[in-house]
Design a protein around this ligand. Structure first.
Ligand SMILES: [Fe+2]
Length: 208
């Protein structure tokens, strides 16, 4: 059974000075709509980033660009390694975020931090960021996000109430903490993968 419903959004890291060019590309070439623009997520921080959200109706693209002050932004660290407009994370919409997280943990998965409820620019949601797919510097790793958006007005209201009661830290803060703590462990180390697991046979695609 699939825990994941669809792709919610894809986040690309832009090299310094490039976010406008990529916004032009996603808006004018691909036909997306800019629905949120934050030019400094952490004005008092030692480093920060821009986040611009572009909507396509069924999914979104977030563009991020590092702002370096006393410290190099993790987004700059990411583009230094991977290049301009490199995919930092893909967010998957889950049927049940809580059920997926519980299941994933039993198989050896490591979240980057707690579940957060916030407005990520595309709207209110519950989200969990995982540690990087590859081990190493937390700011340089590509990672998945798992999320769940409210399906109706009453779920949205519940999330908004919880949101207003919790001091959420976004992925920037979670990754920053991991860098400071020198946490280089990956999302999955495969220790719980059975040694006798074999690739299942190919099956006909159903429900298309
Ligand atoms: Fe995200």
């Amino acid at each position: 059974m699939s825990h994941l419903k669809s792709i919610d959004h894809v986040t690309y890291a832009c090299e310094k000075g490039m976010i406008e060019k990529w916004a032009w590309f996603h808006i004018e070439v691909e036909g997306g709509t800019l629905i949120k623009r934050i030019d400094d997520v952490n004005p008092d921080g030692k480093s920060s980033m821009k986040i611009w959200c572009i909507d396509y109706g069924n999914f979104g693209i977030a563009l991020i660009e590092g702002i370096d002050r006393e410290e190099k932004s993790q987004v700059t660290a990411f583009t230094d390694l991977h290049g301009d407009h490199s995919c930092q994370h893909v967010a998957y919409d889950c049927y049940s975020l809580d059920k997926f997280i519980a299941h994933m943990k039993t198989l050896g998965g490591h979240p980057r931090g707690d579940v957060i409820i916030q407005d990520d620019g595309f709207g209110i949601l519950k989200q969990m960021f995982a540690k990087g797919f590859a081990s190493g510097h937390a700011g340089e790793a590509t990672f998945p996000e798992y999320c769940e958006r409210p399906r109706n007005a009453s779920e949205a209201r519940d999330m908004e109430i919880t949101f207003s009661e919790m001091a959420g830290e976004g992925f920037y803060a979670q990754v920053q903490k991991a860098i400071e703590e020198n946490d280089t462990t990956p999302f999955f180390d495969f220790k719980k993968m059975p040694t006798d697991w074999s690739v299942p046979p190919v099956q006909e695609k159903t429900g298309a």
